[in-house]
Design a protein around this ligand. Structure first.
Ligand SMILES: NC(=O)c1ccc[n+]([C@@H]2O[C@H](COP(=O)([O-])OP(=O)(O)OC[C@H]3O[C@@H](n4cnc5c(N)ncnc54)[C@H](O)[C@@H]3O)[C@@H](O)[C@H]2O)c1
Length: 361
């Protein structure tokens, strides 16, 4: 029996399957769909196709495969257009099923192609990065970037199933693995104190025996948050809490130029900034802050900026953040380790001081 958990969303509910090697289960699933007369098409990227060739050849040798260039640039109007043409050329009808095999870029893009092609066809996520296993493959946020900004076009479109085959991580570059750990640490901080304590005791790496369990716990947290607030409409808490550290991180990515820091690296620094802000608001102790920094550091992530960034630029980027309402600064803060909350009306001076402490000039 394959280990699984269910995301409960009424008629949009779906299973997440976990295992070291799920190629047999995925192949069975593809064969079943084909037997039912449903056309299956796979979208992946060059790195995944090259490094996971044996997996791709075993599981997808009989289905059409689109291989896109790796990297954020594929998550664009041009990338979407390629995906839609591919689905149409392969004659997927409304019973067709799109499989996203890749990290968050492929998942978001292929998911959005599935959401928009013929006004919506089914799709399945097979995440191949740690970030996509613990975060982006679950929850149904799909989309692409515009030249003017990230994730500006998209749709909520839940997958029909998610297959988390952790052996796929064996080819993931170390730096990408560490970037995914930033999101794992985030779950510990916002929803799972005992996970955070575990990470504090022993750092988790690609070889750790606890890795599968850690991934599953993150998916459990994500699933329960998504079940409560599928479309991020909750005034208090809900999906917005998943942005812990991200307001700082988005400002860092925006000012440094996308690509300087991997998203997860910016999130690592952002978590440290959010911890400092939470301390300034009187919620966390100095000891909590050092503890958070120690966990970020022990997972190979930066705790402060590694390039010179101007405070004014970072603050300007922060005020443009889409989570701000009516000109008031909003951040996700920690009331304690394991409990997060939205804090509106944060004083500019406190945000500035937090940015300074992570190295802004
Ligand atoms: N939808 C959501 O809820 C959500 C949440 C968080 C992030 N995201 C999005 O996710 C994207 C980032 O995702 P990501 O960090 O997975 O990046 P990514 O998809 O670009 O993957 C990172 C790199 O690793 C390579 N790669 C992937 N799997 C591999 C493997 N097993 N072996 C070797 N190389 C492999 C990729 O080709 C790429 O070069 C961003 O676009 C972000 O906006 C979406």
């Amino acid at each position: 029996m394959v280990d699984s958990l269910k995301v409960n969303l009424g008629d949009r509910s779906y299973p997440i399957y976990f295992g070291e090697n799920l190629s047999g289960q995925i192949l069975d699933h593809v064969n079943k769909l084909t037997r039912e007369g449903r056309k299956v098409a796979v979208i992946t990227d060059e790195h995944v196709e090259r490094t996971q060739k044996a997996f791709v050849d075993t599981v997808f040798n009989a289905v059409p495969l689109l291989v896109l260039p790796s990297g954020e640039n594929s998550k664009s109007i041009e990338g979407l257009s390629q995906c839609l043409d591919f689905l149409s050329l392969n004659k997927l009808d409304r019973g067709g099923v799109v499989i996203a095999l890749g990290g968050g870029v492929v998942g978001d893009l292929a998911g959005f192609a599935a959401a928009s092609y013929l006004r919506g066809v089914d799709f399945i996520q097979i995440p191949t990065t740690l970030l996509s296993m613990v975060d982006s493959s679950v929850g149904g946020k799909t989309g692409i970037n515009l030249k003017s900004g990230k994730n500006l076009v998209g749709a909520f479109h839940q997958p029909r199933a998610v297959f988390i085959s952790t052996g796929i991580l064996s080819t993931l570059p170390k730096r990408e693995f560490a970037a995914g750990m930033a999101e794992v640490i985030k779950y510990g901080l916002l929803a799972d104190k005992s996970l955070f304590e575990q990470l504090h005791k022993t750092a988790v790496g690609p070889e750790s025996s606890s890795l599968s369990d850690v991934i599953k716990r993150c998916c459990q947290s994500k699933a329960s948050i998504v079940e409560q607030d599928e479309r991020e409409l909750a005034e208090k808490g809900g999906r917005a809490l998943l942005n812990l550290g991200h307001t700082f991180a988005h400002a860092i990515e925006n000012v440094s130029g996308y690509g300087t820091y991997l998203h997860g690296e910016a999130v690592g620094i952002g978590l440290c900034a959010a911890a400092r802000l939470s301390e300034k608001l009187g919620y966390l102790s100095k000891k909590d802050v050092s503890c958070i920094e120690a966990v970020v550091k022990s997972h190979g992530l930066p705790t402060t900026l590694t390039t010179a960034l101007a405070l004014d630029d970072l603050m300007q980027a922060t005020t443009r953040d889409k989570k701000n309402k009516a000109g008031s600064l909003r951040f996700i803060v920690l009331k304690a380790i394991g409990t997060a909350e939205i804090q509106a009306g944060v004083a500019t001076a406190l945000a500035e001081a937090s940015f300074r402490e992570i190295g802004a000039r």
